[in-house]
Design a protein around this ligand. Structure first.
Ligand code: GTP
Ligand code: MG
Length: 266
């Protein structure tokens, strides 16, 4: 499998972000708590030297132990950081403290560019800060297309489209990005990414599968899930493709519990 996704609108958005970066005081870079390193766009860092705050989103879906390790890891590297659950708004105060720690005093309202991979929660964060649904959000990658300045809490925030990079050298990175829904579902084989997730769960969260889908002696989890969910093709054959989608959806919605896909390498 070779997963790559860098459509024209991302290349355009990257160029525009490059222009807007000149006008801002600060970059808030969002990463997904379930795969923090893989969800950090290597291109972004090369575009600017502005003060940066790393905001780790979707902490409610990630393994808290892994998230704590990531927090220590980023902070050691001198980036200010904050851990957020944007569904409840937890962590926003820490985010503001981190942002202010990076800003020198100024006369005009500070301008912050909010950047990150598709579907990481950029627009949701801005809506939270503004206390209103100003930016369009959605549970799939590529919702924001234009840029939009939004005033909130005495600052100006620029929402930007999610951007990936032209080539994933490591296909495990691509698989993790696919699992967290940063890549469009219809451009890759969901059974293969689901199989990666199954292996990962069996290695790191061994009780999760049987507690969600029932005990299973054999190792063909997709078939088991299909049979137990009544996902059958004609002739009663288990529909492993639909089982793969159901499994990945359960993971994305947190129905398997709080699962991380990646830990910091020391
Ligand atoms: N569980 C959980 N869901 C979140 C969190 N933050 C955002 N979401 C959800 O993630 C999905 C994507 O959020 P958006 O704000 O549209 O993401 P975005 O980064 O603006 O995405 P693009 O505009 O497509 O690049 C939405 O369904 C949000 O409700 C979070 O902290 N926890
Ligand atoms: Mg958006």
């Amino acid at each position: 499998m070779d997963i790559q996704w860098y459509p024209g609108h991302m290349a355009k958005a990257k160029r525009e972000i490059g222009e807007y970066l000149k006008q801002v005081d600060l970059v808030v870079e969002l990463v997904d708590a379930r795969a923090p390193a893989d969800s950090r766009n290597p291109d972004l860092k090369s575009l600017h030297r502005k003060p940066t705050v790393v905001a780790v989103t979707k902490a409610d879906l990630a393994d808290p132990q892994a998230t704590n390790m990531w927090l220590a890891f980023w902070c050691e590297q001198n980036d200010a950081c904050a851990v957020l659950d944007l569904q409840t708004g937890t962590g926003l105060r820490e985010l503001f403290t981190a942002m202010h720690s990076r800003l020198s005093s100024r006369r005009r309202a500070a301008r912050a560019l909010v950047a990150g991979i598709p579907n990481v929660g950029k627009s949701t964060l801005i809506n939270r800060l503004a206390g209103a649904n100003r930016a369009k959000t959605g549970a799939k990658p590529g919702v924001t297309r234009g840029r939009q300045w939004i005033k909130a809490r005495g600052m100006q925030f620029l929402d930007t489209p999610g951007v990936l990079w032209p080539k994933f050298d490591d296909q495990e990175t691509a698989i993790r990005l696919a699992l967290i829904a940063a890549i469009r579902d219809d451009i890759y084989d969901q059974e293969e990414t689901a199989q990666w997730l199954l292996n990962h769960l069996q290695e790191h969260y061994p009780a999760v599968l049987s507690s969600r889908y029932g005990k299973n002696e054999d190792t063909h989890w997709l078939e088991t899930i299909a049979l137990r969910r009544g996902l059958l093709k004609s002739g009663g054959v288990p529909d492993t493709e639909r089982a793969a989608k159901a499994l990945v959806q359960d993971f994305r919605l947190g129905r398997l519990g709080r699962i991380s896909l990646q830990w910091p390498k020391r």
